[in-house]
Design a protein around this ligand. Structure first.
Ligand code: GTP
Ligand code: MG
Length: 354
């Protein structure tokens, strides 16, 4: 399962422009095992230059990057939770995503109407926060009487009801659910509610072309990822060579979309490891701190169940030695067991038995 991110924001802030830029790029990535599922759901490869370096050594039939799924929804407006606008209906589409990316309008462009008639990033963020919180309070309301009934005969349900009560109080003060100090156990009890404000949140500042490179004030304690969606959409149409030229000309190192995807990884505490064989060189996504069997499960649950050992070469060693046999000769080929904590970039071959 790809990591999934829901895109939210006020109307006309550039969500669909960003989405199109992201997914058009995906279409260009030939040989991709995933397709666009629905018009508003797109799977995007995670940019990782290490993959090509591995492929240069292994010469595989296919190179498969890790993937992120993006879900685009209609803009939310003030009062969405009371049926204003279309947005609230669409919130259901992002209930089960792993994180939320909020696009915030920074670009001026008088030709593009702002719903509230002014450019005010902080104000917009508050509007969206309020809508997401109200949507979550609605979710809790709807689950309340059922949970209350269950709580009479079930201890877990009683504990869940207590967490719901705490969350209700907290969110009624205007805070996101994620900011409430809860134990892992308490969080687990309300996981099935899929609260939107419990998800990690990423802010995307949709800036004017002229403001590329300028500093942006933090939102909610986080520096937003600067993107010029309009330019990104144009860049997404370019062939590789044209893109190089364009980046050179504009003094950029890479499309802003790459930084966005990387930031999502770091926000969510994710990293990649690789498998490298003649059939394919492939990146796999795992949480930082994952042990070898847990990493194996991402390929197939059988790999975890029947895990015997992992043959591991660190990425730098692999490249320096020119591949697996070189790494063996250099003494960099390791056999690791169940307790091995996988490092970012490890090239791994799992031995398993089912
Ligand atoms: N100048 C400028 N215009 C932009 C930029 N990004 C988007 N736009 C324009 O803003 C308008 C709205 O963009 P969309 O991407 O459709 O906005 P949205 O957030 O998806 O809007 P809704 O789906 O209605 O909520 C379009 O006319 C875009 O061309 C940008 O970076 N700069
Ligand atoms: Mg849109």
């Amino acid at each position: 399962m790809a990591l999934s991110i829901g895109i939210v924001g006020l109307p006309n802030v550039g969500k669909s422009t960003l989405f199109t830029a992201l997914t058009r790029k995906a279409v260009l990535a030939a040989n991709y095992p995933f397709a666009t599922i629905e018009p508003n759901v797109g799977i995007v490869p995670v940019p990782d230059s290490r993959l090509q370096k591995l492929a240069d050594i292994v010469n595989p039939q296919a190179v498969l990057p890790a993937a992120v799924e993006f879900v685009d929804i209609a803009g939310l407006v003030k009062g969405a939770n009371e049926g204003e606008g279309l947005g609230n209906q669409f919130l259901a589409n992002i209930r089960e995503t792993d994180a939320i990316a909020e696009v915030v309008r920074y670009f001026a462009d008088e030709n593009v109407i702002h719903v509230d008639g002014r450019i005010d990033p902080q104000g917009d963020v508050e509007t969206i926060r309020t809508e997401l919180i109200l949507a979550d309070l609605g979710t809790i309301d709807r689950a309340w009487s059922r949970t209350e009934k269950e709580a009479k005969r079930d201890k877990d349900a009683a504990a869940k009801l207590e967490v719901m009560r705490k969350l209700q109080e907290w969110m009624n003060e205007g805070h996101r659910a994620a900011k409430l100090d809860l134990s892992d156990e308490e969080r687990g009890l309300v996981r099935d509610l899929h609260l939107l404000t419990m998800k990690p949140m990423l802010y995307v500042a949709n800036i004017d072309e002229d403001d590329i490179g300028k500093e942006i004030a933090p939102i909610d304690g986080q520096i937003p990822v600067p993107i010029c969606a309009k330019i990104e959409a144009e860049m997404a149409e370019l062939e590789a060579e044209e893109l190089e030229e364009y980046l050179d000309m504009s003094g950029l190192e890479e499309p802003g979309l790459n930084a966005l995807i990387r930031q999502a990884y770091s926000l969510l505490g994710l990293q990649s490891y690789f498998t490298a064989g003649e059939v394919e060189v492939r990146a796999w996504t795992i949480p930082v701190g994952a042990k070898a069997p847990q990493a194996a499960a991402v390929i197939h649950t059988d790999f975890e169940r029947g895990f015997i050992k992992a043959e591991v070469v660190g990425y730098d060693d692999y490249i320096a030695a020119g591949g697996e046999s070189g790494a063996k000769a250099a003494g960099k080929f390791r056999i690791e067991g169940k307790e091995y904590v996988v490092s970012d970039g490890d090239v791994i071959h799992f031995r398993f038995n089912v």
